[in-house]
Design a protein around this ligand. Structure first.
Ligand code: NDP
Length: 247
């Protein structure tokens, strides 16, 4: 039975990869999905895929690192749908380099999108959830925010920051029946990981007890669970979808 019938879900970074799989899975569970990405075209492609499978979706372009755009899109969605029941903060970028070679611009852009962007989205949506006394916020962090990774000081700082923010906001909103959790994917097959050199891939695979990369759907299933009423008593948690990489 569909677990999210008539819930309105907003998913950031849903044009491809993990966000696309999350949007499709939430729609499959009966949610009306607001698909977002940096371009209308990218968001629309996923919304159309959902509509073609009989689900409900619409598309909006938003750069989550721009607070005013986030506020405008959220207020437009609230006007159209009347509510946002589920917020999935999935959008993220990498700008990898060893610390000594990392430019301040690469540091800032990763923090601006991955950490500040998520803060803007939560801030824009939280009041509606608090007023209704119900809501689910799911932030996509990473194993790298737990164990670090050479060449990703900016990204791991942002992802670790998300875990701290999740726990703080979970404490603030628990009394209003709003649950806030993280999913920490390991090594998942998407555009983000497509360009790794073969040697680096083999080394990473050795660190995964399951012996294989994950699929975006492996993350989407955990998000669908956290978005459902089955997870009503779970808040402030980080659930790893990583084939046993961090345990
Ligand atoms: P992709 O690079 O495949 O997709 C990134 C998505 O984020 C796209 O939809 C992109 O939109 C969107 N996006 C990028 N910048 C912005 C922005 N400024 N505003 C709004 N949307 C933006 O990434 P993945 O699917 O691999 O990753 C999804 C999430 O999962 C990220 O947070 C990532 O850090 C995390 N993750 C991924 C892992 C992996 O192994 N792949 C492992 C652990 C965590 P557009 O198409 O318009 O550019």
């Amino acid at each position: 039975m569909a677990k999210l019938t008539d819930k309105v879900a907003l998913v950031t970074g849903a044009s491809r990869g993990i966000g696309k799989a999350i949007a499709i899975r939430l729609a499959h569970e009966g949610a009306k999905v607001v698909v977002t990405a940096t371009t209308q075209q990218g968001a629309q492609a996923t919304a159309q895929a959902i509509q073609e499978m009989g689900g409900q979706a619409d598309a909006r372009a938003v750069d989550i690192s721009d607070e005013a755009s986030v506020a405008a899109v959220v207020s437009e969605v609230l006007k159209t749908h009347g509510t946002i029941d589920i917020l999935v903060n999935n959008a993220g970028i990498t700008r990898d380099n060893l610390l000594v070679r990392m430019s301040a611009d690469d540091w800032r852009s990763v923090i601006d999108v991955n950490l500040s962007g998520t803060f803007y989205c939560i801030k824009a949506v939280a009041k509606n959830m608090m007023r209704k006394r119900t809501g689910k916020i799911i932030n996509i962090t990473s194993v790298v925010g737990q164990i670090g990774n050479a060449g990703q000081a900016n990204y791991s700082a942002a992802k670790a920051g998300l875990i701290g923010m999740t726990k703080s906001v979970a404490k603030e909103l628990a009394g209003r029946n709003v649950q806030v959790n993280c999913v920490a994917p390991g090594y998942i097959q998407t555009d983000m990981t497509a360009d790794l050199p073969d040697g680096a891939k083999e080394k990473l695979l050795e660190a995964i007890p399951a012996g294989k990369m994950g699929d975006p759907e492996d993350v989407a299933g955990v998000v669908a669970f956290l978005a459902s009423s089955d997870a009503d008593y779970i808040t402030g948690q980080v659930i790893n979808a990583d084939g046993g990489m961090v345990m």
